[in-house]
Design a protein around this ligand. Structure first.
Ligand code: PLP
Length: 400
């Protein structure tokens, strides 16, 4: 009988994947399911990026590269940080991995001893807590109120820090809420960290380019430069360039940390795919027009979904600043009864009702550490979003 390692005891198979699998099974069975679960742009990877990958293959760039990224890709990442964030990193302060997820994983694996703590504001991307736990750390989940825009306040950060705290993990714009921190917000949090020099900061900037209403993106290492020597800034090409399948992410931070992360990667995947590295390089240095085109399309979709949700009795939804998610409050419908007599006890039951009666797949807020909400990923066409919102309205109206 297989006995899993103790380190997996608290790790569950991602519920988002489970919901997506169930929705796909219903689809295969002939149901007209609309899946608003996945965190993946529906756009195609830009053509020049694909061409760069094909060229790399033709030219024989199909071998191992330097472990944590070919020098050309690191140079492109360096240029990206200069251009977009006003941050200047040397090549040995830059790392590239198989997706931002591996970069995050490497960093925790390289830094956490058993019992070390990582402060994670909730709601949060599910993988954070699980990666920390797999690496032997203890996630310290700090709930953030909807009235604070789901943002961590300096007071809550101060309370969460203890002698074992190694990292604060921030994600802006956020998956799942779409909330974003301003430079001033980050300065407020940095003032707390100034008093606790043993705490490092990990900033997950994956949704940097999906920010609306003319807002300027802020990242801690440039908003609070005194933190640069203990900040790891993580980013990647998955969301910005619709490249989720290419699996390239990158990070920048102090050299000693970057070296330790390379050691971890050297004993797992070695280097990321050389072909994907060539593609990511083109994405980062090539024409950036696709970014603003997609931002405009995403903003229209956001407005469509937020307005539709807010017009439904019992639901409410704050207008997110970025990413491609809405995080709507469904507490007003809990306790109500479905036409088949089921009482909606919690957000999981509400989402099940939407799947079963409306064929719309969304993800319960409890998957992200905050019950009473549900997440919609609006990375799909306006036509499909309009249809989905109509069905959600009907499903909600059917509740007694
Ligand atoms: N960070 C956040 C907040 C995400 O939502 C995701 C993907 O869903 C990732 C990181 C991982 O991205 P990658 O595809 O680069 O591993």
């Amino acid at each position: 009988v297989f006995r899993p390692a103790a380190r997996l005891a608290s790790i569950e198979v991602s519920e988002i994947l489970r919901i997506t699998a169930e929705a796909s099974a219903r689809k295969r069975a002939g149901r007209p399911v609309i899946v608003l679960g996945a965190g993946e742009p529906d756009f195609d990877t830009p053509e020049p990026v694909k061409t760069a990958a094909a060229r790399a293959m033709r030219e024989g760039r199909t071998k191992y590269t330097i472990l944590d990224g070919a020098p050309e890709l690191k140079a492109a990442v360096r240029e990206k940080f200069r251009r977009d964030n006003g941050l200047d990193y040397a090549l040995d302060e830059i790392t590239c991995g198989t997706g931002a997820k591996q970069v995050l994983y490497n960093a925790f694996m390289a830094s956490l001893d058993p019992g070390d703590e990582v402060v994670i504001p909730a709601p949060f991307w599910t993988s954070y807590a699980d990666i920390v736990a797999i690496c032997g750390g203890v996630p310290i989940i700090v709930p953030c109120a909807e009235t604070d825009g789901f943002r961590l306040t300096p007071q809550a950060l101060e309370r969460a820090i203890g002698p074992r705290t190694r990292w604060l993990l921030l994600n802006s714009p956020s998956n799942p809420t779409g909330s974003a921190y301003t430079a001033d917000d980050l300065v407020g949090l940095a003032e707390v960290l100034d008093r606790h020099p043993h705490v490092w900061l990990m900033s997950d900037d994956m949704y940097e380019h999906i920010l609306y209403d003319g807002r300027r993106f802020a990242t801690p290492a440039s908003a609070a430069p005194q933190l640069r020597l203990r900040t790891l800034t993580v980013n990647g090409v998955s969301k910005a360039y619709a490249m989720t399948g290419w699996r390239i992410g990158y990070g920048a931070g102090p050299k000693a940390l970057i070296q330790a992360m390379a050691t971890v990667q050297s004993q797992s995947t070695s280097c990321p795919s050389s072909i994907s590295q060539a593609a990511a390089l083109e994405a980062l240095v090539g024409d950036q027009a696709s970014i603003s085109d997609r931002r405009v399309a995403f903003q229209r979709r956001r407005d469509l979904v937020v307005e539709a949700l807010n017009a439904m009795p019992g639901l409410s939804c704050r207008r997110p600043e970025g990413a491609f998610y809405t995080f709507a409050n469904c507490a007003g419908l809990l306790g109500r009864t479905t036409p088949d007599g089921t009482v909606l006890e919690d957000d999981r039951a509400f989402c099940r009702h939407l799947l079963e009666s409306a064929d719309v797949a969304v993800v319960p807020g409890s998957c992200f550490g905050l019950a009473g909400f549900f997440r919609i990923s609006y990375a799909t066409s306006e036509a499909e979003l309009t249809e989905a919102c109509g069905r959600i309205r009907t499903a909600c109206a059917a509740l007694a």
